[in-house]
Design a protein around this ligand. Structure first.
Ligand code: EPU
Length: 434
């Protein structure tokens, strides 16, 4: 995507507390993985509660381009993988997002061979795939990674279960190895697995098709390979990061927002930090209410794998901490380049500096509106939070990054009392229902 494409920008009139109720959409990260996983099935699959976001649109297009029969009706997509006739995902689509890497595990698991261009995604760090490849090799695949293309094929025609020790906790690696191993011969044990909700979601989806996966959500997952997978109807869980971003936006604007249709247990790490800051957080069933008390204390915060504080919420949280009382220390342990939003926040008067993987933020009384550029999805969300908090008008260039992962973000915030005007919009895929 070309930066500043179409002169697209969002203008935010800041200083308006958010109030009211908002409903969260289906999760981006579970959705893109489940769409890829549908290729593993021997029958048509129906996926419900898919969010209207760019990354979901691209994943659906990738499957369609491979020859799968895909039909979409609102938030529901039906995928018939029996018509797949191409073995290589389209280059430009695959490079548009990280989740195209799941096609490697899914195609290898289904057809015993796969070839994908090196995936794209947000530029937040190196984002290697060595653990995915190591795991696939352990399952008996010959894998090459050359000239930007990864090729894998099962030696002997079918993958075989194995014991795989991941050197680090990787969400994508864990999911890709679940996809590759669920139809392998025999049992696979995945040690040091990621425990994120979307890992559990992919396991639940595969199990709903007849896979035999136990232990997802713990750090040891046991997969007993099956010969075939049957059709299913499956609804995607609510988006953990959209929920968290709305909670942060509510607190950052000294507002009072009730987030509906979410899973409060997925939000424990964030809720604990908001409480520590002095924000009031109440939850019951699928509802979380976030209320400002007028107090905003500085924090020490470290991103960690689940159930630790999610890296995807670090950027919006950093924006809010710019006006907290005292000095906040934020350590980013997952991605090495996830502080690009800090230099934009500095344009608004934030006193922040980055020392390697730690951001030091000295709270100021208020931020002032400025012209800003989004560099990635969650950086975009952080700038929106900052714009909502700031005095005066903020302009955000490259808002297309936000559309990759937030469903109708500006519209939902405006319904809570924000004032965000979109200018120079491209065709709205969401409205077109594409
Ligand atoms: N890593 C390796 N080798 C590997 C795999 C990962 O070195 O083989 C490293 C990465 O470079 C990174 C760390 O391990 O430093 C964690 O990477 P992980 O594999 O867990 O992340 P991912 O699968 O690439 C997913 C989400 C991200 C989210 C991370 C962490 C999707 C499509 N993406 O990425 O979401 O930040 O897990 O929770 O699920 C976002 O939504 O904005 C986003 C970036």
């Amino acid at each position: 995507m070309i930066d500043g494409v179409g002169g697209e920008r969002w203008i935010i009139e800041g200083g308006r507390p958010l109030r009211g109720e908002v409903e969260v959409g289906g999760g981006k990260n579970p959705a893109v993985a489940v769409i890829a996983a549908s290729l593993l099935c021997d029958e048509p699959v129906t996926i419900e509660n898919l969010p209207y976001i760019e990354d979901v649109r691209v994943m659906i297009d990738l499957l369609g381009d491979l020859g799968a029969k895909v039909s979409r009706c609102g938030r529901t997509v039906r995928v018939d993988p029996r018509t797949v006739c191409r073995s290589e995902p389209r280059d430009d689509l695959a490079r548009a997002l990280r989740a195209s890497s799941y096609l490697l595990g899914a195609m290898l698991g289904r057809w015993s061979q796969a070839q994908i261009p090196y995936p794209g995604g947000c530029d937040i760090g190196d984002r290697a795939l060595d653990q995915h490849i190591k795991g696939m090799r352990a399952l008996g695949a010959a894998v090459t990674d050359q000239y930007g293309v990864i090729r894998a094929s099962a030696k002997g025609g079918r993958l075989a279960g194995a014991e795989i020790y991941l050197d680090m906790v990787t969400v994508g690696g864990t999911i890709n190895l679940l996809l590759a191993s669920c139809r392998a011969k025999g049992q696979t044990l995945l040690f040091n697995a990621a425990k994120e909700p979307h890992v559990v979601e992919v396991a639940n989806f595969l199990n709903s098709m007849g896979a035999r996966i136990k232990g997802a959500g713990t750090d040891v997952i046991r997969v007993t390979g099956v010969d075939r997978l049957h059709g299913t109807v499956y609804a995607i869980i609510p988006d953990q990061i959209e929920t968290g971003t709305m909670m942060i936006a509510a607190a950052a604007t000294d507002g009072d927002v009730t987030v509906r249709g979410c899973i409060p247990t997925h939000m424990e790490a964030l809720s604990a930090k908001l409480l520590e800051m002095g924000v009031r957080v109440d939850d019951h069933d699928d509802v979380i209410r976030v209320r400002s008390t007028g107090i905003r204390r500085a924090l020490t915060l470290k991103t960690q794998v689940y159930p630790g504080f999610p890296t995807d919420l670090q950027q919006p949280m950093t924006a809010m901490l710019c006006t907290a009382r005292g000095v906040s220390l934020i350590t980013e342990t997952i991605f090495e380049s996830r502080f690009k939003h800090i230099r934009e926040l500095a344009r608004m008067g934030a006193r922040a500096q980055v020392l390697d993987r730690v951001a030091v933020i000295e709270g100021v009384p208020e931020l002032a509106g400025a012209a800003l550029t989004a560099t990635d999805l969650r950086a975009g969300a952080a700038l929106v939070v900052a714009g909502l908090m700031a005095r005066g008008s903020t302009e955000i260039l490259n808002p297309h990054y936000i559309d990759r992962g937030y469903e109708h973000f500006a519209e939902k915030l405006n319904a809570l009392g924000a004032r965000i005007i979109k200018e120079g919009r491209r065709e709205d895929h969401a409205k077109a229902g594409a």
